[in-house]
Design a protein around this ligand. Structure first.
Ligand SMILES: Nc1nc2c(ncn2[C@@H]2O[C@H](COP(=O)(O)OP(=O)(O)OP(=O)(O)O)[C@@H](O)[C@H]2O)c(=O)[nH]1
Ligand SMILES: [Mg+2]
Length: 362
């Protein structure tokens, strides 16, 4: 699995439309607000030209791409934490995600109502962000009362935990974005409580069909995202969702006919990788070519453990072909004959695109 991403936004912002563009699942996306009530889950294999090439060069008969998981939930409105709209309970469906994709409406369409009537992506983004913050504060408060009670006995562990949760509470209460980076202990506590405000966020400017990437509303949102130390991806939700329904061979032609330079789905996935600092390495043998996603900085021995849990304990060495060399020579035999296969030990930091054979003790 690559990463899991939860989609948030106001009703009618285009979350389900973006979800369909990403997953090709065709869930209901309609012009009435709160169209989505129950969450949708979708798993998408990443289209990866490098994996296709690895498969060809290694002569593997099949491939296993990295999978991404997306969750589409109901829309949030102002006051959701007090039960407005559908409330905020459904946020629990995206608590175990690695990243949050915040879909913000930038498209003009008189047929699609806006919960606050006017188009204002920054206001919209702030509303959703505040509601997420309030939900997190609520989660934190409930835990704080338990920990506070337990700390009364003077238990040092509990006193430590209390101080930790209080320090996170201060950050949330201050609500100054970008939220400061948490130190290790705080990070762990925030992850245990599944606080969404501290997850990496990507803004998706859902632009209308007529807009260009320099659209002023999109630019406003980009400025807002930048002030939150986050990326903002221009995305043509409706166009992309229509393209997703076409056979993949026809998608490129359709995109160029629409004057859209690149497939937004790929751009979005790449941005997700960058935000989460993820890289892909490959393994290939006579049965399959396989793409694996790991955090940048992962050592060879940990990467081996991803491939097979036994490999970590029995690791001897990694034989590595950087992707550039694979592309240049296009033949494993030639790379071998020229002595270009690199031998690395357990601490080698795996690089994006590496093709690796792990040698392990039998
Ligand atoms: N014109 C235009 N319409 C869009 C675009 N993206 C979404 N829509 C339309 O806006 C309406 C709402 O889109 P949805 O994807 O259902 O929105 P949502 O955020 O999932 O809404 P809820 O589930 O109600 O929270 C649908 O009629 C979509 O077809 C777009 O880029 N341009
Ligand atoms: Mg929806």
């Amino acid at each position: 699995m690559g990463f899991k991403c939860g989609l948030v936004g106001l009703p009618n912002a285009g979350k389900s439309t973006v979800f369909n563009a990403l997953t090709r699942l065709g869930v209901e996306a309609s012009a009435y607000p709160f169209c989505t009530i129950d969450p949708h889950f979708g798993v998408v294999p990443i289209q990866d030209e490098r994996l296709d090439f690895v498969m060809k060069v290694a002569g593997s008969p099949k491939k296993t791409p990295t999978l991404l998981e997306f969750v589409d939930i109901a829309g949030l409105v102002k006051g959701a934490s007090q039960g407005e709209g559908l409330g905020n309970q459904f946020l629990s469906h995206i608590q175990r995600v690695d990243a949050v994709a915040h879909v913000v409406r930038c498209f003009k369409d008189a047929n699609v109502s806006h919960p606050y009537q006017t188009l204002d992506p920054v206001r919209d983004a702030e509303i959703v962000e505040t509601e997420i913050l309030l939900k997190d504060l609520d989660t934190l408060q409930r835990n704080l009362s338990k920990v506070r009670a337990a700390a009364r006995s003077g238990n040092t562990e509990m006193l430590k935990k209390l101080a930790l949760l209080e320090s996170i509470g201060e950050i949330l209460n201050r609500a100054r974005f970008p939220l400061p980076a948490l130190h290790e202990d705080q990070k762990q506590a925030a992850a245990e409580l599944n606080l969404l405000s501290f997850k990496p966020v990507l803004f998706i400017a859902n632009l209308g069909e007529q807009a260009d990437p320099g659209d002023p509303l999109g630019k406003k949102l980009e400025g807002f995202a930048a002030s939150h130390a986050a990326l903002c991806i221009p995305f043509y939700g409706k166009v992309q969702a229509e393209i997703a329904e076409l056979p993949s061979g026809d998608q490129g032609d359709f995109l160029s006919a629409m004057g859209v330079a690149e497939n937004g789905v790929q751009t979005l996935i790449q941005a997700g990788y960058a935000v989460l600092r993820l890289i892909t390495f490959y393994t290939a043998n006579e049965t399959e070519a396989h793409a694996w996603t790991v955090q940048d900085g992962t050592h060879a021995v940990q990467a081996a453990g991803r491939v097979h849990s036994d490999f970590e304990a029995h690791f001897i060495k990694a034989e590595v072909v950087p992707y550039k060399l694979l592309q240049e020579f296009g033949s494993l035999k030639e790379l071998h004959d020229r002595g270009l296969i690199q031998i690395h030990g357990r601490d080698y930091p795996v690089k994006d695109g590496d093709l690796i054979v792990f040698r392990v003790r039998k």
